[in-house]
Design a protein around this ligand. Structure first.
Ligand code: ATP
Length: 288
């Protein structure tokens, strides 16, 4: 018997950094949104012990280095259950190192499958706690939807869903080092911060325009000049009719919000010849 789960990508509708903590992590405040761009994670129990991981991308780690295997190991350590042998197969659709939490989402999908199989009455909170042992974005990916994430990203508060819209997500060819961006934040003091209370209020009122107006990612303010492609893609999205556009996570992916499907689909067609990956997406919510 095989068990398959969709691992949804996330976007940051807002990303703020409040400061550096004594433990080296940063205090974050983020509004997160899952989208239907998803990897497919399949778990197949087998008779030999151990966990193996295979993916359709040969350069991703196959064993313990894969976040999916790490998530499985943490699940059995935390529950004290014996770890039976199984294979995890991941069909990747979420671009890697793109600011869309692809690896964290694969880990979260493994946790959701293991809960269903072994501890169906485990609470969401407990599963999210196990997720926090795997990585900062994993608790959010366990829960999904529209969420305010604080602390390292593990303190979650549910928000009303983003009103219906179309999201064009675009991954430029460059890749950005997350530690380098955090180091930039230390050098250049952040002067602007997202209006997260305003965004929360807009979500409560079902006001898409109000959310779009407040898209903001502080990492954009410290992005070194050589990543200018991020701003080029952002400008293209706006020229193509997006209500607003922003980088997600530590980039380089950029997304635009569209009210209607047709202009969003036309934007994807117009962006592809620029040598970027572009996806037409809607919001998503993992099943419990
Ligand atoms: P985030 O938005 O959480 O910062 P990201 O989208 O920038 O994440 P990912 O694609 O999640 O980055 O993962 C990046 C790193 O994790 C890569 O170095 C990759 O080799 C490693 N990795 C381990 N397991 C996976 C996985 N299942 N999928 C993708 N990357 C993985």
């Amino acid at each position: 018997m095989n068990y398959t789960e969709s691992a949804y990508a996330k976007l940051n509708l807002a990303l703020d950094i409040l400061g550096r903590r004594p433990d080296g992590y940063h205090d974050m405040r983020m509004v997160m949104q899952s989208i239907d761009l998803a990897d497919q994670v399949t778990l197949s129990p087998r008779s030999e012990p151990g966990i193996s991981v295979s993916t359709d991308l040969p350069y991703l780690p196959k064993g313990d280095g894969n976040i999916a295997a790490k998530a499985a190991a943490r699940f059995f350590e935390a529950t004290g259950l014996p770890c039976p042998g199984f294979d995890i197969d991941i069909f990747k659709q979420i671009p890697v190192c793109a600011g869309m939490a692809g690896g964290s989402s694969d880990g979260a999908a493994v946790l959701r499958i293991l809960r269903r199989l072994y501890v169906p009455d485990m609470t969401e909170e407990r599963l999210e706690e196990i997720g926090a042992l795997v990585g900062s974005d994993v608790p959010y990916c366990v829960r999904g939807g529209t969420v305010l994430a604080e602390g390292r990203g593990e303190r979650l508060s549910a928000l009303p869903p983003l009103p219906p819209c179309w999201l064009v997500v675009c991954k430029p060819a460059c890749s950005i080092s997350t530690p380098e961006l955090f180091a930039q934040v230390r050098v250049k003091k952040l002067r602007c911060h997202p209006d997260i209370p305003g965004m929360t209020a807009a979500l409560e009122q079902g006001d898409l325009e109000g959310v779009a107006r407040r898209l903001y990612n502080v990492f954009e303010d410290v992005l070194p000049r050589r990543y200018s492609q991020v701003f080029e893609v952002k400008s293209s999205l706006l020229e193509l009719g997006a209500m607003a556009a922003s980088m997600t996570g530590s980039g380089p992916s950029v997304f635009g919000i569209f009210r209607e499907e047709d202009p969003a689909a036309r934007a994807v067609d117009a962006l592809l010849p620029l040598g970027v990956s572009a996806f037409l997406c809607r919001t998503a919510q993992p099943r419990p």
